[in-house]
Design a protein around this ligand. Structure first.
Ligand SMILES: Cc1cc2nc3c(=O)[nH]c(=O)nc-3n(C[C@H](O)[C@H](O)[C@H](O)COP(=O)(O)O)c2cc1C
Length: 333
């Protein structure tokens, strides 16, 4: 098969009738990709954001509060995709139905997570070892949700293994999966090493639905290169967006304030306000500790300040410090 013409990243595309306004997406990020992180990506131009992975067991057995917190979708963030993980088709069917009630446009299934805690249960990348179960799960998610189902998948489990590549093709052909987000690093490699964009190119030529490339998209230049080398239909930005939603603006031409000290600190304050709104002051104070270094590393701040924010500061003190860095480049004592 010959390569498809590759449109610019700013051109819309469709996943089974769901129109995505451009080809730059926010990847699913566990413990991070809630509604306000997804909204942040959208504000800077991302065409769509995928939720953090949500346990199908958690949705099926969970209480209403957990579900409504996890499944909170901002009215302005559509289109949005919700990622579920699990290994039991009946529970997946039920969880997908519960997830669909919150109104996502797509459901994604995680077949790439390399974390032992997840793989031990038979979910995530472990599904590569049981293709029949993987096909059943995708079918169950579709029936349960009534929505198009996509799958995010690794290329294999151990070096040299292409079981994820083969499964991706079967998921499209036999389970009607509407798009594949392909992370061409084997699960054993975690998030290190060079992704195999050549293998991704082979996949994009082999399936009649969109192939979205993930892995190694650390900045705008790397994302453009991965897009071209893999022949993908879209790119999925993950770690490259940490503290730097500007990456979406760079790739989509969206007009946003320049990423100087003031704008970076304003953006961090926006995240802090949303986290407080979502989790309350105390939980937000703890939750935000992983966010601070992403932003502070982009401005010139003494290490002691970073340590204080990340290890001990409550939300009010953290806000005081961030405002002071923004306005004076200095830290109040
Ligand atoms: C902190 C973190 C959390 C992640 N959580 C998920 C997840 O919930 N679901 C998923 O499919 N991938 C997850 N990933 C993988 C990313 O979506 C992405 O595929 C990976 O980071 C490779 O892209 P990158 O090299 O551009 O960062 C996660 C990665 C990181 C670093």
């Amino acid at each position: 098969m010959t390569d498809r013409r590759q449109p610019p990243l700013t051109e819309p595309f469709e996943i089974e009738g769901v129109r995505i306004p451009n080809r730059v997406l926010l990847a699913p990020l566990a413990g991070i990709g809630n509604w306000f992180v997804r909204m942040q990506a959208r504000r800077y131009g991302a065409g769509m954001a995928v939720s953090e992975m949500v346990s199908s067991h958690g949705l099926h057995y969970g209480n209403e509060k957990t579900t409504s917190e996890l499944m909170r979708i901002h009215p302005e963030e559509h289109p949005v995709s919700y990622q579920l993980f699990g290994q039991d088709p009946e529970i997946m069917r039920s969880a997908a139905a519960i997830a669909a009630e919150s109104g996502p446009d797509l459901i994604d299934i995680n077949m790439g997570c390399p974390v032992p805690k997840v793989m031990k249960t038979g979910a995530g990348a472990e599904l590569l070892a049981d293709p029949e179960l993987a096909l059943e799960l995708a079918g169950a998610a579709r029936e349960g949700s009534g929505l198009p189902v996509t799958v995010k998948i690794r290329s294999g489990i151990a070096p040299g293994d292409r079981s994820g590549f083969d499964l991706a093709i079967r998921l499209v052909e036999e389970a009607g999966v509407a798009a594949i987000a392909f992370h061409p690093r084997v699960a054993r490699k975690g998030h290190s090493g060079s992704p195999d964009y050549e293998l991704a190119r082979e996949l994009s030529r082999s399936i009649p639905v969109p192939m979205i490339i993930s892995g190694g998209l650390s900045d705008a230049e790397a994302a453009r290169r991965a897009y071209e080398e893999s022949g993908a239909d879209a790119v999925m930005i993950a770690r490259g967006s940490f503290g730097y939603p500007w990456i979406f603006a760079e790739l989509t031409g969206t007009e946003v304030p320049e990423a100087d000290r003031q704008a970076i600190m304003d953006e961090l304050l926006w995240v802090m306000d949303r986290a407080e709104e979502h989790l309350g002051t105390e939980r937000a104070g703890r939750y935000l500790r992983k966010f601070y270094p992403w932003y502070l590393d982009r401005v010139d701040v003494p290490k002691g300040v970073k340590d204080e924010l990340c290890q001990s500061a409550g939300l009010d003190r953290a806000r005081e410090v961030v405002v002071s860095i923004r306005d004076r480049g200095a830290i109040p004592v």
